[in-house]
Design a protein around this ligand. Structure first.
Ligand code: FA5
Length: 349
């Protein structure tokens, strides 16, 4: 009797497994659920095999070993069948996963979005590299500066009319937002022993605002102090810097100018890289673009910072870095450098 029941159970389960195998439309999840259901039905607490095993106690001792062996045989046969179905299921699952996650290496790439340096950072890096290769050290100074270093030590006394050249943001009578990186000159001269060559790139502030002037802008100061410095040294240095930055075919023009901290003073123009001097909208038809101020350090400035002006002389220059970035990238309006408009900046890459 129990033998027949066991044979029937085995047959049913094996047929059921075959049916699952044939029914390839079932998803992996559905198959797993069916396998689980069979396991519960056969081996669960009130499953067929469990119930039969419990009934062993009612079987005569002579018959018991035979029935026990039979139950085990059927149990193993069903287990083996279910295990092999589970294995097939896992294999199918893996294959489906591999197929779904297959990488088509022939598919064209979507491209990598690369970032780039802001045009001003790029100019700072380029100029710094050039100057370092010419033996300059890079220094920094505070943006919130004292009246002394920004003006007085630069030979611009309080209430002197030459202060009007730089419309300055004062915080109080003695503290201001530096209006020029020249403020680092005296700071460095006080702590360094000549000879030395320094540059100081950084932010500067003035109450200016139009298409070529911004309230926040960037300058790079250069200062060389040594014996026997002359205007010729300054001209050679600036010519070298300009040609390395804008290209060998750049024309450089030196114009006489005035700065209280340099004597003589010059302003320096470069040929417009867009029209190469022919005249265009960028250079307003002049063919040249004004870029920086420079000159031989006024002996008064050297003396105020404790440097013997009879022994040492110096030259200094102050680049407008925003203007340099505008020239290099043909940017018409300085405000574009400060809008953080990614569409604009992407064109500068
Ligand atoms: C000066 O600031 C002097 N300190 C430069 C100098 C240094 C002269 C050492 C001699 C020796 P100036 O005010 O001309 O000079 O400014 C220098 C450059 O800064 C200008 O040529 C211009 O390119 C830039 N600049 C000045 N004001 C602004 C502004 N508001 N916005 C953008 N760039 C500016």
């Amino acid at each position: 009797m129990i033998k027949e029941e066991l044979e029937k159970l085995k047959k049913e389960v094996l047929e059921f497994v075959e049916e699952i195998r044939k029914n390839s439309q079932d998803s992996i999840g559905e198959i797993k659920k069916k396998i689980n259901d069979i396991k519960v039905k056969v081996f669960g607490k009130s499953g067929s095999i469990t119930t039969m095993s419990k009934g062993m106690k009612d079987i005569s001792p002579e018959e018991r070993p035979k029935v026990g062996a039979l139950i085990n045989e059927v149990k193993n046969a069903i287990s083996d069948k279910l295990t092999s179905l589970e294995k097939e299921c896992e294999e199918r699952e893996l294959n489906e996963k591999l197929e779904n996650e297959r990488i088509d290496i022939s598919e064209p790439s979507k491209g990598v979005v690369k970032g780039a340096l802001h045009p001003i950072s790029d100019v700072i890096d380029r100029l710094t590299d050039i100057c370092v290769s010419l033996g300059f050290s890079v220094v920094e100074g505070p943006e919130i500066e004292s009246d002394y270093y920004n003006f007085e030590a630069m030979n611009i006394p309080k209430n002197h009319p030459s202060r009007d050249m730089q419309d300055t943001f004062f915080i109080n009578d003695n503290i201001l937002l530096r209006s020029q990186t020249s403020a680092v000159q005296a700071r460095e001269m006080e702590v360094r022993k000549p000879p030395f060559k320094i540059i100081c790139p950084g932010k500067t502030y003035r109450n200016d605002s139009d298409s070529t002037h911004s309230p926040v802008f960037h300058q790079m100061e250069g200062l060389v102090v040594d014996e026997n410095i002359s205007m010729a040294d300054l001209k050679v240095m600036l010519t070298t810097l300009m040609k390395r930055l804008f290209g060998e075919d750049t024309t450089i023009r030196f114009r006489p100018s005035f700065f209280p901290f340099t004597e003589p003073s010059i302003e320096v123009d470069v040929s417009c890289p867009t029209c190469h001097g022919a005249g265009c909208s960028q250079c307003k038809g002049t063919g040249m673009l004004e870029l920086l101020g420079a000159g031989i350090v006024n002996p008064k400035v050297l003396e105020m910072s404790g440097i013997d002006s009879k022994k040492y002389r110096g030259f200094a220059f102050g680049f407008g870095l925003d203007r340099t970035a505008m020239i290099l990238n043909s940017i018409g309006n300085i405000r574009n450098l400060y809008k953080n408009d990614i569409r604009f900046l992407e064109q500068m890459k």
